[in-house]
Design a protein. Structure first.
Length: 266
């Protein structure tokens, strides 16, 4: 009896941490094309979908997605879910993943580099390739002798002031670099909306560590199993609509093992 009472209280406490009047989302206000304060990103569209299934409005807590993001938002109980979070990170409790994506090589569509699908391709030798400094692709570039002429872009920035991904693609358009490597859910939508003269190739042929693909979940507070299960159910029942949002945005989708590109019709 005591055990049952304790479990009941625990569930009540866990549930009470999550708002019942709104889907409270933790988000970066200037992480276009993923999330924006004007609600133009694909994460914003995903939030609207989930909120509609819960019959709730969306409310945002805005904070730059850099050091301290989880601590200042989710853990501070100012919001209840991060719409896109890599599986396995200890700062949050992950829902089931709702897509898998990978870093991608971005080049001019009319260039011979448009046929390149691996960083070991000799056609990349001697070229100036843009990469986010400290990101996993940089290790693969070094392994393949591509880092010497690489142009690095900052990883941790306040995107209200600086946008490394857009800077990189602008440099590629201007010819200051020959190719760019970006996280697919960031680079893919940017190319689709603003750089149609470029092509995006997910790097699914890199087999050595570090891995270049990640399963993406929603992130909730540690211990909130009731909320996690509710979101898992929503993901499972609405996966087709989620896929449609991602595909329409231009997010490249790959297999769960990161070894093949998925073709999902819009």
């Amino acid at each position: 009896m005591l055990l049952a009472f304790g479990v009941s209280v625990l569930h009540a406490q866990t549930s009470d941490l999550v708002s019942r009047t709104a889907l409270r989302v933790c988000a970066d206000p200037a992480n276009y094309p993923m999330s924006t304060q004007a609600e133009e990103g694909w994460e914003n569209k995903l939030a609207k979908l989930i909120a509609s299934k819960l019959d709730l409005p969306v409310e945002y807590t805005w904070f730059p997605q850099a050091t301290g993001f989880v601590r200042q938002t989710l853990r501070a109980k100012k919001c209840d879910v991060i719409m896109a979070y890599a599986q396995g990170h200890e700062l949050v409790q992950n829902t089931n993943h709702y897509f898998t994506s990978a870093y991608a090589l971005i080049v001019p569509a009319t260039s011979e580099l448009a046929e390149v699908s691996a960083l070991s391709d000799p056609r990349l030798q001697g070229l100036r390739i843009g990469v986010i400094a400290g990101s996993p692709p940089a290790t693969h570039m070094a392994r393949n002798g591509l880092i010497g002429k690489a142009k690095g872009y900052n990883l941790f920035v306040d995107r209200r002031i600086e946008s490394p991904a857009i800077d990189m693609l602008d440099d590629l358009k201007a010819g200051d670099i020959d190719a760019a490597i970006l996280w697919g859910p960031l680079g893919g939508p940017l190319v689709k909306s603003d750089y149609p003269e470029m092509t995006v190739t997910p790097l699914v042929q890199e087999t050595l560590p570090p891995r270049l693909f990640y399963r993406i979940t929603m992130g909730v507070r540690l211990g909130e199993k009731v909320w996690q299960r509710k979101l898992n159910s929503l993901i499972r029942r609405n996966q087709a609509e989620i896929n449609a949002i991602l595909t329409e945005a231009g997010v490249p989708l790959v297999s769960d093992l990161g070894d093949a590109v998925l073709e999902i019709k819009e």
